[in-house]
Ligand binder design. Structure first.
Ligand SMILES: O=C(O)C1=C[C@@H](OP(=O)(O)O)[C@@H](O)[C@H](O)C1
Ligand SMILES: C=C(OP(=O)(O)O)C(=O)O
Length: 433
């Protein structure tokens, strides 16, 4: 357990690069490991979650080498790993890998994870994958055993807008010729669809009565390619939040992914009153990227509705912290999915805010924050082994009246090991206890 203290930091600002996007990094590894030929991946995120996926695809038989630019990954038909696939803390690893492995006949694998991951629901991917013909033993939670089988098609209406569920089905669908379609109630991040096209697989997206339908086309053979991973907007969010909250601050993050399914947070900051500018817009491996500048201004409270949630699902704890710095009541609705992340993020966020002098009302599917234009701070919060909770409250501590301590900053390594260095580089005062 490594506690860290974030102190009020009135001189925050500047420019920074960011590590690679976590979602795109997981996918680059998995897709390359399934593709025919050798793919090159640059800018891959170095973090515990992505390392879990890298170790897994090696265990399934992919060959990985490094050169000066990045990784060279040679794909193949996946085979049984000799040891359990340890997904650590990473829901994306577990759910996407189960889908990707499900259609290899004769393969058998056990999926395991840490205590937090072992309490998160896996039935949401096992149900549709079983319907396609996959054979699992285990209930809703890890450890789960998979026996690869010949898969058929599926037309699946997902009850949740989850990119992990959608991606598990599409990845499994690569091993069958039968029709594969997933309908989600609202569009979740579409990095799988973007990357399928990069690897030469066609698909389609249509608006339908009950949501957004994504289907695979006829060509499902992945051909090796090059993927350059852009910066992670979910990591940039902490620098942007500090830029929005601290008077006089202006922060520029270079070459960040600005795919519209991921820009919900920065759009909310703009709606709240922060000044947001995009420059140097371009496209990297099918993903839109830009330099994003966020500068402080007076912040207004906001309302967040269910259809807006997927585009900022991982940013809700930090959005709640920013809302606490606005003057008035902010309401977030349709956020029940937060209860099945690395921690119950509705409860953890509300508890951290309340401890630091903010009035907040958590619900089953909602969170209300009664902002007063400032946050007292001064208290220690429990991160509940959740990286996003740790980073959100360290960021709030930079803007609060008194320092905020997080009891354990270790989980930050799962998604953004450079968090402390980057925030310090921008003027954030973060010290050990
Ligand atoms: O597909 C992905 O890469 C992810 C999807 C999201 O999860 P859900 O799809 O379960 O909402 C997100 O919370 C997670 O950090 C990464
Ligand atoms: C929810 C997250 O990741 P995962 O589901 O991959 O554990 C996250 O990074 O906030």
């Amino acid at each position: 357990m490594t506690p860290l203290i974030a102190h009020p930091s009135p001189k925050f600002g500047g420019e920074t690069d960011l590590p690679g996007d976590k979602s795109i990094s997981h996918r680059a590894l998995i897709f390359s490991a399934l593709a025919e030929g050798t793919s090159k991946v640059t800018g891959l995120l170095v973090s515990d979650d992505v390392r879990a996926t890298e170790e897994a695809v090696k265990a399934f038989g992919a060959h990985i080498e490094r050169d000066t630019e990045g990784l060279l990954i040679t794909g193949r038909d996946w085979e049984s790993p000799s040891d359990p696939i340890d997904c650590g803390n990473s829901g994306t690893s577990a759910r996407l890998l189960m889908g990707a492995a499900a259609g290899f006949e004769g393969l058998s694998a056990r999926f395991i994870g840490d205590e937090s991951l072992s309490s998160r629901p896996m039935g949401r991917v096992m149900t549709p994958l079983r319907r396609m013909g996959a054979v699992f033993t285990g209930d809703d939670t890890l450890p789960i055993d998979l026996v690869g089988a010949k898969l058929g098609g599926i037309d699946y209406a997902s009850p949740v807008a989850s990119a992990q569920v959608k991606s598990a089905i599409l990845l499994a669908g690569l091993q069958t010729d039968a029709p594969v379609r997933v309908v989600e109630p609202h569009l979740s991040r579409d990095h799988t669809e973007v990357m399928l096209a990069q690897f030469g697989v066609d698909g389609a997206m249509d608006e339908v009565e009950n949501g957004i339908a994504i289907s695979l086309g006829d060509n499902r053979k992945l051909s090796a390619t090059r993927i350059d991973v852009p910066g992670d907007p979910s990591s940039a969010a902490f620098a942007w939040a500090a830029g929005a909250m601290i008077p006089g601050a202006s922060v520029t993050t270079r070459r960040v992914c600005v795919n519209a399914t991921r820009t919900g947070f920065v759009e909310m900051l703009e709606r709240m009153g922060a000044k947001v500018t995009l420059s140097n817009q371009t496209v990297l491996s099918g993903e839109p990227v830009a330099d994003v500048t966020v500068a402080h201004d007076r912040l207004e409270p906001i309302s967040l509705s269910a259809e807006e949630v997927p585009a900022l699902i991982d940013e809700i704890p930090i959005l709640a912290c920013v809302a606490a710095m606005a003057d008035g009541e902010s309401v977030f609705e349709g956020i029940a999915e937060l209860k099945v992340k690395e921690s119950d993020r509705i409860g953890a966020t509300a508890a951290g805010l309340i401890a630091n002098g903010v009035t907040a009302a958590p619900g089953e599917d909602s969170l209300r924050i009664f902002g007063k234009g400032k946050v007292a701070g001064g208290r220690i919060i429990s991160t509940r082994h959740d990286h996003r909770i740790a980073m959100a409250f360290l960021t709030l501590g930079l803007a609060a009246e008194s320092a905020i301590t997080v009891d354990n900053a270790d989980p930050i390594a799962t998604s953004f090991p450079d968090f402390t260095a980057i925030m310090r580089g921008l003027g954030g005062v973060i010290t050990a206890r």
